[in-house]
Design a protein around this ligand. Sequence first.
Ligand SMILES: [Zn+2]
Length: 181
Amino acid sequence: MDNVIPVGTPVWIADWVNTDTWKPCPVCFGKKRVQVILGDDTVISVPCRYCEGNNFEPQGQVKCGHWAVGTVKIAVVTGYQVDTREDGSLYTRYYFNMVGYGEERVGRTKEEALAKAQVQADAANARRDTERAAEKYRDGKTYAWNAGYYREQAEYHRRQAAIYDKKAVVMESRIRKPKND
Ligand SMILES: [Zn+2]
């Protein structure tokens, strides 16, 4: 337990922060629509799915946030608690009055604290990339699928319009002129 920092020692505590920024969508370049060339060389325009937001509307831009080292501060250790992880290794949680920080944020020097925060930020970025990759594979609806869907919808609505046009004609022909006229 030599590596546990004793109570009363001033240490550095670092954090890592999410720095979200936006950049133009790399697929539609902010136009929110992309063109798909079908097998018969017809070009049709469909909404961009790459920059689709929570409301399924293309945003024209994408979030390119990533985790980065934030700030460091000095505090004096007022207590600590050592627990055993599932793999048998030890994990120390340090207390600074009422606030507790895990050992992954606490360094004996500013450099050590910053380096630890960098490791955490890198890990958070890696997790985010993994999630994004998983999302990409989960989303089975490709532009080709999208193109097919919008085409079908257009055809369906054209057919419906034709049916209603015919119905309207039938209705008109059924309207009899008032006898009193
Ligand atoms: Zn887009």
